[in-house]
Ligand binder design. Structure first.
Ligand SMILES: Cc1cc2nc3c(=O)[nH]c(=O)nc-3n(C[C@H](O)[C@H](O)[C@H](O)COP(=O)(O)OP(=O)(O)OC[C@H]3O[C@@H](n4cnc5c(N)ncnc54)[C@H](O)[C@@H]3O)c2cc1C
Length: 293
């Protein structure tokens, strides 16, 4: 599976260049210094940091890339990859990224269809949860705690039947709302092995046509989408800080009315919108400020 490209739809100045390169190199050095300065144990943090100078940098980066479209040499690469061994190492990475103007991309299994967990147009750090793999099952409470870096191989289900238990769970119980009243969840998926941009365009165009063709037969106003089948075609945030209206375009497709509840949670926990990507929930504070409220 890893050897194929995937697209899912419901998927100069020389002077300027060299000065921005120098600034980014400096940022990178400052970021590394910050990590060792603020870590309780600077030796242990240094063992989980990978920069392009390390021979392990590329293997670590590529290990969890599930979509070969994002393996190309022109895909933006992280300045640093950090693979924490313990939760206590994570706050330092977040703090230093924030201080030194780096975006964070958190990666667990790297299955994101749009590569959100390991690609960013802005200088970025990958916080890779690869070492968090434990699974604890408690039979007494019938619960299981699965750390986010755990992966299992599963058979593909392209047309997933709903109904049954799904019909009994309120659409407000958790962010995922598409339960009662749904017959199937459809995954529009295309794999290809042929290399090159033209092959990619051809396959993506084909899956887009299939997606359009299905429109009369599926949910409407909005046409629902499943967050795990990440798809930038359903809408993306504006660069930087997006508006609520802009984010609602994709947000209501994934979350229906739960989108507004998620906006409230985001506003409480990350009012400055530090953790953001092309489809991250925006906090209210930012767009209010922009409107001058
Ligand atoms: C081959 C394949 C088959 C699939 N089959 C199914 C399927 O049958 N059913 C289904 O529901 N989905 C399926 N998916 C989709 C998959 O479930 C989603 O892409 C899911 O997000 C993958 O999780 P991950 O940890 O591997 O992804 P990642 O790419 O690591 O992360 C996904 C998103 O979550 C963020 N993130 C990761 N870890 C954390 C963390 N610890 N804290 C906060 N944010 C975090 C990332 O930054 C990114 O935005 C499939 C994907 C692929 C490639």
């Amino acid at each position: 599976m890893k050897t194929r490209s995937i697209s899912g739809l419901s998927f100069v100045f020389v002077l300027l260049f060299s000065s921005s390169w120098a600034a980014s190199a400096q940022n990178h050095e400052d970021f590394l210094q910050c990590l060792s300065l603020h870590s309780q144990n600077s030796t242990s943090i240094s063992q989980v940091i990978y920069t392009p100078n390390n021979s392990s940098y590329l293997p670590i980066l590529q290990f969890s890339i599930q979509n070969l479209r994002f393996m190309s040499s022109d895909t933006p690469k992280p300045t640093v990859i950090v693979t924490p061994l313990h939760e206590s190492q994570i706050p330092t990475v977040i703090k230093c990224s924030r201080t030194h103007g780096m975006q964070i991309r958190v990666r667990s299994g790297g299955h994101d269809y749009e590569g959100l967990s390991y690609v960013s147009e802005l200088p970025f750090v990958i916080l890779d949860m690869i070492n968090f793999k434990s699974i604890t099952v408690d039979t007494e409470t019938s619960t299981a705690w699965v750390q986010s870096g755990s992966t299992v191989e599963a058979a593909e289900m392209i047309l997933s039947p709903y109904g049954g238990k799904m019909d009994e769970i309120s659409e407000y119980a958790i962010p995922f709302p598409h339960r009662a009243g749904n017959l199937y969840k459809i995954q529009h998926l295309v794999y290809w092995e042929e290399e090159g941009e033209m092959a990619a365009e051809r396959h993506i165009s084909w899956i887009r046509r299939l997606y359009s063709y299905m429109a009369p037969y599926v949910s409407k106003f909005p046409r629902a989408a499943y967050i795990n089948y990440r798809d930038f075609d359903v809408g993306v945030n504006k660069q930087g800080n997006t508006s609520h209206a802009q984010a609602s375009i994709w947000g209501t497709k994934y979350f229906k009315n739960n989108f507004n509840r998620l906006v409230k949670v985001k506003t409480m926990v990350d009012p400055g919108n530090f953790f953001r990507n092309e489809q991250s929930i925006p906090p209210i504070s930012l767009w209010r400020k922009k409107k001058g409220d």
